[in-house]
Design a protein around this ligand. Structure first.
Ligand code: S3P
Length: 425
């Protein structure tokens, strides 16, 4: 069904969002001056920079993508004199709560109307068990959060859901605790926090699905280049993979093994994607990704694969619309509590565009190849990854898809639209 433009050439994508958040947070509590290059200059990561500035961190923009950060040390943050605004960013509020829970002062943190609907019990419960005093709206489940930090106890915590944000929040709180903190994940999630804290001198030990951090006196400063974001690259990888004749290279993309599920699934669907020039940068594996377009076949995504491609499922739905057969994703109930309910949102949008698809409580199915039927405006629901996925569907099918409420794209990928227009012109 692909009547879309063939895409050719080489592109790069902005810095990894997860790593950029962590870099600015961790550097601000390190002792000494950090330099971060390749920083993602986008609304979400700027929310994190705003939070650390509100706590007294000195963060200087040498350029939009290069930060010089004077760390305050672990124990010299200042009480913020106003409510902290995490904007749309779950990573800011959840990981940030781990730092705030350990400070001897009061912090109040909130976010936009989407973030204020997202579950926070997952960090409030374990941080409370460590001794912090945290309250939230709706019976301590929703933001704003009111955190009165203080002395924390070490714990062993078995997480009910695989979440790198929750794991990271507890590991950061653990730096301040009176005894080690062990977090046990039901499935492995992205390990950027573990890699970065270890590089900064923290004692981190892994044993299967358990990770333990020891209490720490100080963190060394960071000197790092953030790799390109695979979650951003995924939009263009899918666009090229589903348009026969396309040949695209995305340079310098992070290929952390707990993030590369989208590459495995696209390859299973028959996509020709190769990694070239694998190297290590900033403690993370990086590669150029070379993709050639062709015909795809449907695939099944099993629950244990979900943490490795959680943010890529919206754009995987687009690939599925071009693939022969029924693609199914199960064990992805977490998608319902992302920036929007991405299961309901993608199924509603794809259905309105004539693509056969449906919901499961914990996932979805899409049947392809299906022609895109011109429809009225498709609203993003304020969700950046939904907005970009719909744009990719339009470009790959050649049927214009009008996306409304698109400004949310700036939360993770400000240059997305010009990049797409440049490639498809
Ligand atoms: C992130 C972890 C994931 C992911 C989010 C970024 C992180 O969320 O969806 O976009 O930076 O740790 P969960 O921890 O809720 O799975």
């Amino acid at each position: 069904m692909s009547g879309g433009t063939v895409v050719r050439g080489e592109i790069s994508v902005p810095g990894d969002k997860s790593i950029s958040h962590r870099a600015v947070m961790f550097a601000a509590i390190a002792t000494g001056v950090s330099r971060v290059r390749g920083f993602l200059h986008a609304a979400d990561t700027l929310s994190t920079a705003g939070m650390m500035r509100a706590l007294g961190g000195r963060i200087e923009e040498v350029s939009p993508t290069e930060l010089r950060i004077e760390g305050r040390g672990l124990r010299a943050l200042a009480e913020p004199d106003d409510v902290i605004d995490a904007g749309n960013s779950g990573t800011t509020i959840r990981i940030g709560s781990g730092i705030l829970a350990a400070q001897p002062f009061l912090s109040v943190i909130t976010g936009d109307r989407y973030l204020r609907r997202r579950p926070m019990g997952r960090v409030i419960d374990p941080l409370t068990r460590m001794g912090a005093s945290i309250g939230g709206r709706d019976g301590n489940r929703l933001p704003p959060l009111c955190i009165r930090g203080g002395a924390l106890r070490g714990i062993r915590y078995e997480m009910p859901v695989a979440s790198a944000q929750v794991k990271s929040s507890l590991l950061l709180a653990g730096l301040y605790a009176d005894a080690p903190v062990t977090v046990v994940e039901p499935m492995r999630s992205r390990d950027h926090t573990e890699r970065m804290l270890a590089a900064m001198g923290a004692r981190i030990a892994r044993d299967g699905n358990a990770v333990t951090v020891a209490p720490c006196g100080s963190l060394d400063p960071l000197e790092m280049t953030v790799p390109g974001d695979l979650s951003s690259a995924a939009f263009f990888l899918v666009l090229a993979a589903v348009t026969p004749g396309s040949s695209l290279t995305v340079r310098g993309v992070g290929v952390n093994p707990f993030r590369t599920g989208i590459l495995d699934v696209l390859r299973r669907m028959g996509a020709d994607i190769r990694r070239v020039g694998e190297r290590v940068e900033g403690g993370e594996p990086v590669a150029d990704l070379v993709v050639r377009g062709g015909r795809l076949a449907a695939a099944h995504v099993a629950p244990e694969e979900v943490p490795g491609l959680i943010d890529e499922i919206p754009v995987l739905c687009v690939a599925a619309a071009f693939a022969a057969g029924r693609t199914e994703v199960r064990g992805a109930g977490e998608l319902r509590v992302k920036e929007s309910d991405r299961i309901a949102s993608m199924v509603a949008r794809l259905s309105s565009l004539g693509i056969p698809c449906g919901e499961y409580p914990d996932g979805l199915w899409v049947e392809g190849p299906a022609p895109v039927r011109p429809a009225g405006p498709c609203d993003s629901g304020g969700d950046h990854r939904v907005a970009m996925s719909l744009r990719i569907l339009g470009a790959a099918s050649g049927v214009p898809v009008e996306v409304t409420d698109e400004d949310c794209i700036d939360t993770s990928f400000p240059g997305f639209r010009p990049l797409l227009e440049g490639l498809t012109r």
